[in-house]
Design a protein around this ligand. Structure first.
Ligand code: NZQ
Ligand code: ZN
Length: 387
């Protein structure tokens, strides 16, 4: 097992009716900026519940944070929050609202140009406290230190991380997700699956417990994914999915193990270029990446086939391929295409373009061994683009 440090300060408030608990967590009289997206929280009643819980506070609302949150929008919130001197940012929505709010929180006290936080790795020394009410389980953003922000005028989608932007608390009431369209439910299941794979599908590090944490999340998602898609108001299925997504990326399963994350880096480029939903990009990359990188991931691919899918017959190569094919079939069954060729707007030159864009930003060596080179990225995407 590799050395690690682990501290996750986010308090989780899980279950039905937990929005009310916000009243206990936020001091009376606090000035709260409520951040949200395009209006789903008004339609499903979450907005009204949150306002009721904040009745002892002064609330300033900032709506309109887009999926793949836009830098210019977030900077408007930064200006308002600075002028109003807010005490707390409360993000109510999915990963985009959360990520956007993390950026707002870090940008408010940032001394230089806030764009540097994303583009130049500018150090975040402090942030305005933030918390969240999660309405879409997928990213794990509700209890992690990461955020991804887009700047469409530059075709860029960039990430940052800081311990200062862990939410203070996160309300996870599965019922708030009942109103999600099926596409977003499916996206969430696949995103959580791929987060787990990024921290599991590398090489053995004698981290037995972490391997089994990861395998249990993968198996649970395979089991519960189709149910929660078909039965959106089945509380226990949705609760299991929500909790799986949080645990997939709250730092726990990544302790002591090598990590990959190349699928995500490639996927972010595809979103920046073609506006494909985050999880959908991952589904078009991971199967091909696993085949191209099968030599370096061989032992874990065999373990994945055996423990996650119960594949025990055939030669090693056959079992590896069968495991990857099972995963592909699962993504497809959830409605996520596993070929970039299925997206009409993706240009033929995309594989080399994505490789060059990553290289130009210092990502010429991706993956747990640093052996996913520009030509490897090109190969992965060329396979995905082949019909
Ligand atoms: O904007 P509203 O009206 O709220 O609608 C949203 C949005 O259109 C809707 N929605 C959310 N909750 C709903 C709902 N509709 C009905 N009922 C509800 N309860 O869903 C749409 C998509 O929301 P979004 O927040 O964009 O989805 P998701 O949670 O998948 O977040 C994706 C973003 O997170 C980033 C992605 O790159 C992408 O920008 N990620 C963040 C990570 C992190 N912070 O750790 C890790 C991930 O790998 C990922 O990169
Ligand atoms: Zn993701």
């Amino acid at each position: 097992m590799l050395n690690f440090e682990y501290q996750n300060p986010t308090k989780i408030l899980f279950g039905k009716g937990q929005i009310q608990s916000i009243a206990r967590e936020v001091p009376a009289g606090a000035k709260v900026m409520l951040t949200y997206g395009g209006g789903s929280i008004r339609a499903n009643g979450v907005h009204a519940q949150v306002l009721a819980a904040l009745s002892a506070c002064t609330v300033i609302e900032f709506g309109g944070i887009e999926p793949n949150p836009e830098y210019a929008t977030l900077m408007r919130a930064v200006e308002i929050a600075r002028a109003e001197k807010v005490d707390l940012l409360l993000a109510v929505g999915g990963g985009s609202v959360l990520d956007g709010t993390k950026f707002i929180a870090a940008a408010i006290p940032f001394a230089g140009d806030p764009w540097d936080i994303l583009a130049k790795g500018g150090k975040v020394r402090s942030a305005v406290p933030l918390a969240s009410v999660l309405t879409l389980a997928a990213t794990g953003s509700e209890s992690n230190s990461f955020a991804v922000v887009s700047r469409r005028e530059l075709d860029l989608k960039l990430a940052f991380s800081s311990p200062h932007v862990y939410p203070k608390f996160a309300v996870l009431d599965p019922e708030t997700t009942f109103s999600l369209p099926p596409r977003q439910v499916a996206n969430g299941v696949v995103d959580a699956f791929v987060h787990t794979m990024e921290q599991y599908m590398t090489f053995p590090a004698q981290a037995e417990l972490n391997d089994r944490f990861a395998e249990s999340i993968l198996q649970t998602l395979v089991e519960v994914g189709p149910t929660t898609l078909a039965e959106p108001t089945n509380y226990n299925a949705r609760a299991t999915m929500v909790w799986s997504a949080t645990l997939a990326l709250n730092g726990l399963i990544g302790c002591g193990v090598p990590q990959d994350w190349a699928t995500h880096m490639i996927g972010h480029e595809l979103t920046a270029l073609y506006n494909i939903d985050h999880a959908r990009t991952l589904a078009t990359v991971l199967p091909h990446l696993l085949r191209v990188q099968a030599a370096g991931k061989r032992e874990k691919l065999l373990q994945f086939a055996d423990r996650v899918w119960g594949i025990r017959d055939g030669s090693e190569d056959e079992r590896i391929e069968a495991g990857i094919a099972k995963m592909e079939a699962f993504f497809e069954a959830m409605g996520l295409p596993t070929r970039l060729a299925r997206y009409d707007n993706v240009a033929p030159g995309t594989p080399a373009l994505v490789a060059a864009r990553l290289e130009s930003r210092g990502m010429a060596k991706l993956g747990e061994r640093g052996d996913i080179l520009p030509q490897t990225v090109t190969e992965i995407l060329t396979r995905s683009l082949a019909a």
